[in-house]
Ligand binder design. Structure first.
Ligand code: BES
Ligand code: ZN
Ligand code: ZN
Length: 484
C-alpha cells in the first residue's frame, strides 16, 4: 500500500473514492467540504448518514468533480474527537473501500481545520485495519486490496516525517501480528530465532544462545521450562546501537506454545496458547522499527524462546531449580512458566548494566480476567518509567493500568525449602506474578507489562482484525522516542 501526499483540492483529485471524514455536527463541517459537493452531502446528512463514529456512506460523485465516488466516514461529536477515534475511522474507511473493490483512494483533510490532530493518525488506523493474516490461504484470484491512499494536504517536512514514522510503526505491528498468528508447529523457538536473525543490519546485531550456552551460563529456571519439549530452546539477544551509553533492555516472553507442562491446562481454548510469545513478537517489532527509523537509542531485546510441554523429561511440580541469579525456585506449578524464563532474562539483562528493563509478557490469566481486552497491567519499581509508560499508553491507546507491588505479597511466595516459589496462593494472581519478577529486578529500574488480556482479541475493531493485536509495539516505540 502506497501512501503519498498531494497538495490539491478534493474536487480535483482523480481517484476511485475520496474519503471525507465528518463529525456529527454536520452544518459546521459542511462548509469545509468542496463547494461542488456540499448540496449533495447536505441531502444525505441526517437522512442516510448522521456522522456517528465509524459510520460510513458511499455515493457516486457528481460529474463536475474528479473523484468517482465520495465516502463519508463519521467521527462522532466534534468536541470528542480523539487520536484513537481517528485511527478507528481510518481503519473503517480503508477496509470498507477495500471490500468495495476500490484501488486508488484519497483522504480529504478539510475536517482537520479546528481540530488538533494530524491526518497521520487516520492513515495509521487504515494501515492497521487493512492487516490480514495470509500465510495459510491460497491467494484468491480476485483478492481485493487497496493500492494507494493519497493524503490531500500541503506536503511539508513535518507531515512527511510523521507519515513515515506511522508507516514504519504500523508495519512493525503487522509484523508482530504475523508472528503471533502463526501456529506453534511453524513458530518454533528455532523459527523465531531465524526471524530475529533476518533483522540483522548495520546497527542491529543478533546472537542466539542455544541450550548448551544457556546451561553453561546457569539459566536453569529458563531451561526447566524447555525440558519437556523436543524443540531446542533459543535465547535470542538483539542489540540496536543507535547511540552509546547504557542500554534500555526489552524482554519479551516467548513461549511458542504453553500447554502448561505437567500442570496441564484444560483443552478448551488451549489452541490459543500459541500467542504466549506475543511479548517477544512486540520486542522484535520494536527492534525492527527502531532500526528502520534509526532512532538515537541503545536498545537490547531479549527473547527467551521455548515451548512448555509435558513429557518424560519435563519439570515436575515440586522440583527446585537454581536460577541465573543464584536464587533457588520451587516450581509448584509448571504452568507458571513465564515468570521463570523472564526471571533469568532479568538477571541476564542486569549484567548488561542497563538504564532500564522493561519486560512484556502474556503472564497471567488473571490479567485477562481483570481487564478483558482493554488494558495492559503494569507494575514496576521506577516512578519515572511508570509515569512515562502511562503517558505513552494514552497516546497510543495501548492503555496501561498500574497495579501495586505491596511488600505483603512477598509472604505469598514463601517456599518451605527454596528461596522462593513460583506461584502465590489462589488469590492475587496478577500481582504475585509481578512480585516474583520484582524479586529478581531488585533496584534496577524495571517495569513489567502483562499483555495477557490485550495481545489477542476476540472481537475485531475497525483498526484491529481479530486474533493477534500486535500490542506493545506502538506503546514501547512511543516510550523510547520520548526517553531523554
Ligand atoms: N500463558 C499463561 C497466561 C495466560 C493465560 C495468557 C490466558 C493468556 C491467556 C501463563 O503461563 C499461565 O499459564 N499462568 C497461570 C499461572 C498460574 C498457574 C499461577 C495462569 O494464569 O493460570
Ligand atoms: Zn503457563
Ligand atoms: Zn504462559
Amino acid at each position: 500500500m502506497k501512501i503519498s501526499i498531494k497538495n490539491i483540492k478534493g474536487e480535483d483529485c482523480a481517484c476511485d473514492a475520496l474519503i471525507l471524514p465528518v463529525s456529527e455536527d454536520g452544518e459546521e463541517t459542511l462548509t469545509m467540504l468542496p463547494r461542488e459537493i456540499q448540496p449533495l452531502i447536505k441531502r444525505v446528512f441526517s437522512r442516510e448518514f448522521s456522522g456517528k463514529q465509524n459510520e460510513v456512506f458511499l455515493m457516486n460523485a457528481p460529474e463536475s468533480v474528479a473523484p468517482q465516488r465520495l465516502l463519508l466516514v463519521g467521527l462522532g461529536k466534534k468536541e470528542q474527537v480523539s487520536a484513537e477515534k481517528l485511527r478507528q475511522a481510518g481503519g473503517k474507511a480503508a477496509t470498507y473501500l477495500r471490500d468495495m473493490g476500490m484501488k486508488k483512494v484519497a483522504l480529504s483533510t478539510d475536517f482537520l481545520h479546528g481540530l488538533n490532530f494530524s491526518p497521520a493518525e487516520f492513515i495509521e488506523g487504515s494501515l492497521l485495519g487493512l492487516y490480514t493474516y495470509k500465510r495459510y490461504r491460497k491467494e484468491e484470484p480476485n483478492k481485493k486490496s487497496l493500492e494507494s491512499i493519497t493524503v490531500l494536504a500541503k506536503s511539508d517536512k513535518e507531515l512527511t516525517e510523521e507519515l513515515r514514522q506511522r508507516e514504519v510503526a504500523s508495519e512493525a505491528v503487522c509484523f508482530a501480528r504475523d508472528l503471533v498468528n502463526t501456529p506453534a508447529n511453524d513458530m518454533t523457538p528455532a523459527h523465531l530465532a531465524k526471524i530475529a536473525l533476518s533483522l540483522k543490519g548495520k546497527n542491529l546485531s543478533v546472537r542466539v544462545l542455544d541450550k548448551k550456552d544457556a546451561k553453561k551460563l546457569g539459566m536453569d529456571a529458563y531451561l526447566a521450562v524447555a525440558k519437556g519439549s523436543n524443540e531446542e530452546p533459543k535465547f535470542i539477544v538483539l542489540e540496536y546501537k543507535g547511540s552509546k551509553g547504557a542500554p534500555v533492555v526489552l524482554i519479551g516472553k516467548s513461549v511458542t506454545f504453553d500447554s502448561g507442562g505437567i500442570s496441564l491446562k484444560s483443552s478448551e481454548g488451549m489452541e490459543k496458547m500459541k500467542y504466549d510469545m506475543a511479548g517477544g513478537a512486540a520486542v522484535l517489532g520494536v527492534m525492527k522499527a527502531a532500526a528502520a527509523l534509526r532512532l538515537p537509542d541503545h536498545l537490547i531485546g531479549i527473547l527467551p524462546a521455548t515451548e512448555n510441554l509435558p513429557g518424560g523429561t519435563a519439570t515436575k511440580p515440586g522440583d527446585v531449580v537454581k536460577s541465573l541469579s543464584g536464587k533457588t525456585i520451587e516450581i509448584i506449578n509448571t504452568d507458571a512458566e513465564g515468570r521463570l524464563i523472564v526471571a533469568d532474562s532479568i538477571e541476564y539483562a542486569k549484567r548488561l548494566k542497563p538504564r532500564a528493563i522493561i519486560d512484556i509478557a502474556t503472564l497471567t490469566g488473571a490479567c485477562l480476567i481483570a481487564f478483558g481486552n482493554e488494558a495492559i497491567a503494569m507494575m514496576g519499581n521506577d516512578r519515572k518509567l511508570l509515569d512515562a509508560l502511562k503517558v505513552s499508553g494514552e497516546k497510543t491507546y495501548e492503555r496501561v493500568w498500574e497495579m501495586p507491588l505491596f511488600e505483603e505479597y512477598k509472604e505469598y511466595l514463601k517456599s518451605d525449602i527454596a528461596d522462593i516459589r513460583n506461584i502465590g496462593g489462589r488469590n492475587g494472581g496478577l500481582v504475585t506474578a509481578a512480585y516474583f519478577l520484582y524479586e529478581f529486578a531488585g533496584d534496577t529500574p524495571w517495569v513489567h507489562l502483562d499483555i495477557a488480556g490485550t495481545a489477542w482479541i476476540e472481537k475485531e475493531k475497525p483498526h484491529m482484525p481479530k486474533g493477534a493485536s500486535g500490542v506493545g509495539t506502538r506503546l514501547i516505540l512511543d516510550l523510547i522516542k520520548g526517553l531523554k
